[in-house]
Design a protein around this ligand. Sequence first.
Ligand code: K7E
Ligand code: CUA
Length: 655
Amino acid sequence: MKTRLWLLAGATLAMALATGCKPKGAQSALSGDAASKVYVAPGQHDEFYNIVSGGFNGQMSVVGLPSGRVFKAILPVFSVHPENGWGFSEETKPMLNTSHGFVPWDDLHHIAISTTNAEHDARWAFGNANNTPRIARVDLTTFKTVEIIEIPNSGGNHSSPFITENTEYVVAGTRFSVPTGDDASRDVPIDTYKENFKGTISFISVDKDHGDMEIAFQLEAPPFNFDLARAGKKKSHGWFFFSTYNTEMAHTLLEVNASQKDKDFIMAVNWKKAEEYIKQGKGKKVKAKYAHNKWDEDTHMATSVIKEEVLSLNPRELKDIIYFIPCPKSPHGTDTDPTGEYIVGSGKLAAIIPVFSFTKMLKAIENQDFEGSVDGMPVLRYESVLHGEVEKPGLGPLHTEFDGRGNAYTSFFVSSEVVKWNIETLQVLDRVPTFYSVGHLMIPGGPTGKPHGKYLVAYNKISKDRYLPTGPELAHTAQLYDISGDKMQLLLDFPTVGEPHYAEAFPASLIKDKQVKFFPLEKNKHPRAAKGINDARVERDGNKVHIYMTTIRSNFRPDNIEGIRVGDEVYFHVTNLEQDWDVPHGFAVKGANTAELLVMPGETATLRWDPDRVGVFPFYCTDFCSALHQEMQGYIRVSPAGSNVPLKYSTGLTE
Ligand code: K7E
Ligand code: CUA
């Protein structure tokens, strides 16, 4: 009987976990001035840029706050994007290269905006690839992905790309532990998980002037699942905190088997200590194959280099790098407050929210106040590190953000609400429903030492009845709350792109006057650029044909091309000669097994076309660039293989 009751209770909880509960008052009353608070008049600008992860679309999107207006639905990162040729043009293909070859998709969960002294400087936005582990860096003057580095010895890069307070490092913790090493060490039975599987945490250094990333070192870790992370800041600068689950080390039916223990851990990493060991030569180079891809703004091309080794540190032998803080129960988010003193754990199955104190943690370490060890690494005593617990906060806590006024805001997936509480007193101050099943929260500057505690956005997993329905798949949804007063106030619902997980927002003033408007032609170092109409030409090299083409309102040069044969590889190298903001030209040719090009002013981009039949094929500009845009077109003639039609090209009267 007892067992049956437990099973019933388990089933109810499982159902609630799977679907979330629908909160009451779904048509909650908005106060009269909500509309005016989000209204940005025509011609006016939003106060904040919000960079939003696209989840399973592998991209980012760019949204204005408070309006919720979308400026860039897709900022391509890990997935190909036919709209502008990302991953289709010859220049961008190397960006998506990995040790597995070309990978056209990924799953991007988290955004990290670069910081200096724990405040947003908004030079770069980092994103993680969850499936084929990678970290990307987006330049926020061009809103373009300029670097992607693959993370070896990782089975899923979820605990990423969180950063340290001066962007010294961006981290990558493996979600799935996997066997690593040579072929023989990786070809092992799955049920030898405990013996053969490993966790790794990678610290990727970021060049402080140019942003270039390198894998500085990897820490070997026990075969747990690493879920999320946050750096210490200010007083806790030098430390990093990672949430772990499946400390049961199960390899099957984790839903049950990884929920056995009362507490998992937050893993505290002293990365300054790790740096000392490296200086002392205690790191060990290990074989690891990974791709490192960079975009060059002068050549307008990417290069991909395969690297072969990483520096590995073993914290079982190198003492004082890793300490474990017990945390109930399958924690998801771990978040550090703006002062760096408090570390908030969010156990998905826990009835309380534990808040840990950094000062108490240091003291516990000093006093060797341990309750056990994992692989020789100390487990600190829960009570000794605990600042306190928030009682009865809600069901299914996931993530916490901060307003800079001493308050924390935690999302509750199961009870579908945001709960505001005081970090010092641990008193719950307010709660509001979300529609529905909220994941991450976002306060502009929330993860930094300087939050702008005016708005909060809840990124919800389920929208159900909030919008006009669109068949079986519904838009995910965001909700904007005013948090400037004592009580949170819902202002706006807006549908999102892809499935947002985390997002970060920062004041628009940080970057809006630094935007690149066009690329100067004189700096264009693309080896196949045509920098003026007199450079336009066609050259044959065996079966490869290179077309050096220019665009300017409103023509292509050349626009008539003959002497191409079936079996040729034709490369259209299109240079946009415009030197003005907001004048891209597009290029598309019939039958291309790829996408269009969208060429920015001053840029050169290349589309490969393999003509498979005889005929005359049109090409045209896809971007409505001028009154005579519809005249911006041309023809290319394809003759049979072996034909001796001479190579010829022209543009109206100008040849
Ligand atoms: Cu909570 Cu992948 Cu950060 Cu989604 S994760 S919600
Ligand atoms: Cu160029 Cu339309």
